[in-house]
Design a protein around this ligand. Structure first.
Ligand SMILES: [Zn+2]
Length: 232
């Protein structure tokens, strides 16, 4: 239940994500790990959450996917330590594709390529994103041509997706990402804003720089908390 995307400006890539949920995840923290000899800087929490970036500048983040054909969301979390041993975004996508029992959406980015993957048990769609900007609000099945769906979290996804797509052409810097996307309060009164203050609330925010191998992040709502940079 998140908003995520990336921009490439003058050869520099920045990947961002607001992490949303309908309950509080405890013990959320950034940690440095090493899996199969590959250093990783990852978000972890007490529920098993695991996603982030590795020393090759491969970034893999996840968003809940609500497919139109009913099936359970099944997180890729347990597999992320392996996904993040990939040397390229493409290799990471191949690892996701080879993992059967997950139902989720993934944004996978390195310094050269970016992919959106929407995987459900009966289907999997992968799209290489050639544009220099991209944003998704999950539970949207973008690769099905469906956009955000009605019902469930549909209105919430649709509003956030539209507001993010409206804002992103004017986003050129890390500060722009924070102010115009992550702290975006359009639709706040209805509980539908990108910086979530309703039933579904934003609990942390991240901007990954795959060239500098750093993460600018805040644990807490991006409009209420300050950001700080961690290097791998
Ligand atoms: Zn806010």
């Amino acid at each position: 239940m998140c908003t995520f995307g990336f921009i490439r400006r003058n050869g520099k890539t920045l990947v961002f994500k607001n992490r949303d949920n309908d309950f509080k995840h405890e013990n959320e923290r950034l940690e440095r790990t090493e899996i199969a000899g590959v250093k990783q800087l990852v978000l972890m929490d007490g529920n098993g959450k695991y996603e982030g970036m590795n020393e090759h500048g491969v970034i893999c983040v996840e968003g809940t996917l609500k497919p139109k054909n009913a099936c359970e969301f099944s997180s890729g979390w347990p597999h992320f330590p392996d996904f993040l041993t990939a040397k390229t975004a493409k290799e990471c996508v191949e690892k996701i594709e080879a993992t059967p029992k997950i139902s989720s959406s993934f944004l996978v980015v390195d310094n050269n390529e970016a992919y959106l993957v929407e995987k459900v048990p009966y289907d999997m769609k992968r799209k290489k994103i050639e544009a220099d900007q991209f944003v998704a609000a999950n539970s949207s099945q973008l690769l099905d041509g469906e956009g955000a769906q009605e019902g469930g979290y549909g209105a919430w996804s649709k509003t956030r997706l539209e507001n993010a797509q409206k804002a992103i052409p004017g986003v050129n810097t890390e500060e722009d990402i924070i102010e115009k996307i992550l702290r975006n309060h359009e639709g706040k009164e209805e509980g539908l804003s990108i910086c979530g203050h309703g039933e579904i609330h934003t609990q942390s925010a991240f901007i990954y720089d795959p060239e500098a191998l750093s993460v600018n992040h805040c644990l807490g709502k991006p409009c209420e908390s300050s950001f700080s940079v961690e290097k791998l």
